[in-house]
Design a binder for this molecule. Structure first.
Ligand code: SF4
Length: 507
C-alpha cells in the first residue's frame, strides 16, 4: 500500500505549485492548501517551518558550491527583506539555505534567482539534492579532472536547466550525487547514492562508480562499487539511467526503506548493473583496479596556491556555516575587489574566495571580517560542522549550532591541540551534519541525568575521510550534553594528543 507522500504526489505533482506561486503570495500562507504548504512547496525548495510559521526556509541549488559575487548579493538582498529573521546557512552539500522568507516575497525572489542563474527547484523532498564536486575544481594544482561542466550538465538534465523537470520530480525518496575529480575525496563519495570517483583505465581518464550510500535515522550505508568505469562523456547518461531505474523500480511502500540501497539489496549489484546496461544500450567497462584518491582530505582553509601562476584561493572558516545578509554582502565585495568575484562553498560549511592575485593577499587577509570568518582559525573551530538543530529544524531532538560553538570555546580554554580535530553535530539521527565521517561525531538524543530527562548525544568515532574513507561507529550512548566538556575533553586527550592547559601551566 502506498504511503501518505506517495498519495500526495499521485494527486498532484509537486512541481505544479510553480504555476500557483503568484496566487499563494496574494492569499497569504495561512490560506494555502495544507498539502501544498507543508509538502509541495518543497519542490521549489520552499519549506514551511513549524518552528517559525509564516517565515519560510529556501534551499538553493548551488551545483559544485560555485557562487558568483552577483549571486551572493542577490541572496543577501533576499535575506535583507526578512529583517532580523533573515539568516543563511552553508550546508554539508555545498549548498545554501536561507530562513525568514515571507510568502509574499517569493515571486520576486524566484524572479531575482532566474535573473542571475540561480535556482531552488527540486532541492527537497523526493528529488535529487545539490550535486557536489571538489570546491577547488579548476584551481587545485593537484587536480586530476575539472568536473565543473559535468556537474552542471547533470543538474541541467535533472532540472531542465533550472526550470523544473517532471521526469525526475517523483522519485521514491531523496537522492544524492557526487562527481569528484580531486585526489582527496573532496565530496565524501562514500555517502552518496551515486559517486563518480576518478580512475584511469590505461591512458584514459574516467570514473569508477559507487552506488547506494546514504544516511537515515534507521540505517547508515556506505556506497558500494558497481564494478563499472565510465568516461566523462558517459556520466550524464549513467545518472539518467540510474535515476530512471530508481524512479521506476524503487520501493514506494515504506519511506524508511525507499533509498536506492534498498533496491540494490533487493536485486543484488549484478542485476542492478545489468538493468543499467539495458537502459544505456551498451555494456559498461569493468571498474579500474585503483581509484586516484591518494591524499588526506583537505579542508581548504587558509591561503593555497592555484594552478594559475600568481594566484591563490583563500578558504575562510564560517563557524557552523552561518551568515547574515550584511556578511554575505561583505564576502561578495571581498571576492569582487580582491579576486574575480568567484566563491566556492565546501562540504565543511566554509567559503573559498578564488583567483586572488599575489599582490592582493596581504590586504585581503587584513580585512576586518576575517576576524569573524578567519583564514587561520583555531584547531577545533576549523573542524566544526553542525546541522541546523532545534533552533529551526522541526524534527531536531537537540539544539546543535550554538551548543557546539559553546562546547568548543570551553574545550579550547581547557586544552591545547597541535592539529585540527573534526567534530560534527547532528540534532537527530537523520545525520545531516554527517557525524559518521567525523573524528568525533554527535547525534542528538534524550538522555537521563539525576533521574531527569535531559538533552543528550550518542558519540561516534573513527570516521575516516579522504583516501580509504570509512564511516565511524557509535562509541558512547546517551551522554548528557551537560557532561560533554569533560567527556569530549578526555577523548581529545586520549585519542588526539590534546594536553590540558593546567598541566602545561604547571610544567
Ligand atoms: Fe534536522 Fe536532524 Fe537534519 Fe539536524 S540532522 S537538520 S536536526 S533533520
Amino acid at each position: 500500500m502506498a504511503n501518505k507522500i506517495e498519495d500526495l504526489k499521485a494527486k498532484k505533482d509537486g512541481l505544479a505549485v510553480k504555476a500557483e506561486i503568484e496566487y499563494f503570495a496574494q492569499i497569504g500562507w495561512e490560506a494555502i492548501d495544507e498539502d501544498d504548504l507543508q509538502h509541495r512547496l518543497k519542490w521549489l525548495g520552499i519549506f514551511f517551518r513549524k518552528t517559525t510559521p509564516g517565515k519560510f526556509m529556501v534551499r538553493m541549488r548551488i551545483p559544485h558550491g560555485l557562487v558568483t559575487s552577483e549571486q551572493m548579493l542577490v541572496m543577501a538582498n533576499v535575506l535583507e527583506r526578512c529583517g532580523s529573521d533573515g539568516v543563511a546557512d552553508i550546508t554539508t552539500r555545498q549548498n545554501l539555505q536561507m530562513r525568514g522568507i515571507k510568502i509574499e516575497d517569493v515571486p520576486q525572489m524566484l524572479s531575482d534567482f532566474h535573473g542571475c542563474g540561480l535556482t531552488s527547484v527540486q532541492s527537497a523532498m523526493d528529488n535529487v539534492r545539490n550535486i557536489t564536486g571538489s570546491p577547488v575544481a579548476g584551481l587545485d594544482p593537484d587536480e586530476i579532472y575539472d568536473t565543473r561542466d559535468l556537474v552542471l550538465a547533470v543538474q541541467n538534465m535533472i532540472t531542465n536547466h533550472g526550470e523544473g523537470n517532471p521526469e525526475f520530480t517523483n522519485l521514491p525518496r531523496k537522492f544524492n550525487i557526487a562527481i569528484d575529480g580531486s585526489r582527496d575525496n573532496a565530496t565524501h563519495a562514500e555517502i552518496n547514492d551515486i559517486a563518480f570517483v576518478p580512475a584511469f583505465q590505461g591512458e584514459d581518464f574516467g570514473f569508477n562508480i559507487l552506488v547506494g550510500g546514504f544516511f537515515s535515522s534507521r540505517r547508515v550505508a556506505a556506497a558500494v562499487p558497481l564494478n563499472a568505469w565510465a568516461k566523462p562523456d558517459q556520466v550524464v547518461a549513467i545518472c539518467r539511467g540510474i535515476l530512471e531505474i530508481f524512479r521506476d523500480h524503487g520501493s514506494r511502500e515504506n519511506r524508511q526503506k525507499a533509498r536506492l540501497m534498498y533496491l540494490i539489496d533487493d536485486w543484488g549489484i549484478e542485476k542492478f548493473r545489468q538493468m543499467l546496461e539495458d537502459r544505456l544500450g551498451y555494456s559498461l567497462s569493468a571498474a579500474a583496479e585503483q581509484d586516484l584518491f591518494t591524499s588526506h582530505k583537505q579542508d581548504h582553509i587558509g591561503v593555497h596556491r592555484q594552478k594559475q601562476a600568481g594566484y591563490s584561493y583563500v578558504g575562510l572558516q564560517i563557524p557552523v556555516g552561518r551568515m547574515y545578509a550584511h556578511e554575505m554582502r561583505e564576502l561578495a565585495r571581498l571576492a569582487q575587489f580582491y579576486g574575480s568575484g568567484e566563491m566556492r562553498l565546501t562540504v565543511e560549511q566554509n567559503l573559498i574566495i578564488a583567483h586572488v592575485p599575489d599582490q592582493n593577499l596581504p590586504s585581503l587577509l587584513a580585512e576586518p571580517i576575517l576576524e569573524r570568518f578567519p583564514a587561520s582559525p583555531s584547531f577545533l573551530v576549523r573542524g566544526l560542522v553542525s546541522c541546523t538543530g532545534a533552533q529551526f529544524c522541526p524534527v531536531a531532538i537537540v539544539e546543535t549550532k550554538n551548543r557546539s560553538l559553546e562546547l568548543i570555546q570551553q574545550l579550547e580554554s581547557d586544552l591545547s591541540l597541535t592539529h585540527p580535530v573534526r567534530l560534527h553535530w547532528s540534532g537527530c539521527p537523520n545525520s545531516c551534519g554527517q557525524p559518521q565521517v567525523a573524528d568525533i561525531g554527535f547525534i542528538g538524543c534524550k538522555a537521563r541525568k539525576n533521574g531527569k530527562v535531559v538533552d543528550g548525544v550518542d558519540i561516534y568515532m573513527g570516521g575516516k575521510v579522504g583516501k580509504d574513507a570509512h564511516l565511524g561507529e557509535c562509541v558512547l550512548e546517551k551522554v548528557p550534553c551537560e557532561d560533554l566538556r569533560e567527556i569530549v575533553g578526555n577523548l581529545l586527550i586520549q585519542h588526539f594528543g590534546a594536553v590540558p592547559k593546567k598541566q602545561l601551566a604547571s610544567v
